[in-house]
Design a protein around this ligand. Sequence first.
Ligand code: BGC
Length: 241
Amino acid sequence: MSQSTADEKILSFDIGGSRIKAILLDSEGNALIEYQRTDTPAPSTPQNVMRAVLNLSQRFPGYTRVSVGFPGYVKRGIVHTAPNLGTGYWKGINLRDELATLLGKPVRVVNDADLQGLGIAKGQGLEMVVTLGTGFGTALLMDGILLPHLELAHHPFTKDREYDEYIGNRGFIEVGAEKWNRRLQKVLNTLNTVFNYDHLYISGGNAKKINFALSSNISLATNLDGIRGGAKLWSHDHYNV
Ligand code: BGC
């Protein structure tokens, strides 16, 4: 499937550990039908999640293409990991092809943080996007071009905890807002030293729990900004990554 043309209507999904969100976009990423959400079903099997996606799609008539941000490592439509949904259910599922059959439209699937990165980054230098939700999503972009598949979530941050456990929602619930904020400050200092980004954006549901001042090269972004990345996914053929 080739590049997006001006009259495409792109239905963009963000599949999260607790909610599935969708919006209808034009090819520039402007909202045609506002953002809607549904709970992520439990257990989060492919069958249950795809049924929820189908139900949500019915609120957005007229879409011509579909973009999906998925919370795991996905390569060319095939899921390799789904840490917060259950890798055991998902490994090897060709989500792109199964959804294309179910929805009857061309589909592209990328990692959820990569999709958010495409929506949020300004295309200026080395930009990093992190998402504070159920898990810890990470994306890197150079001049707006996505460098896909960064899974910092599973790099150990302490002796016994990966970023996902340390700073993800499980960490938040475990230690509470004050300590989680101190943890996040440590993580941000480390990211700054390791990545030397020009700008870092923080989105995801827990971004609003941040209680300290951010340095001038860090800003907050919203899930709504991020899900607009579904339009960019169709702007280059190489985004079928
Ligand atoms: C997954 C990432 C995902 C992040 C946020 C992590 O557990 O490994 O792929 O981007 O959660 O959903």
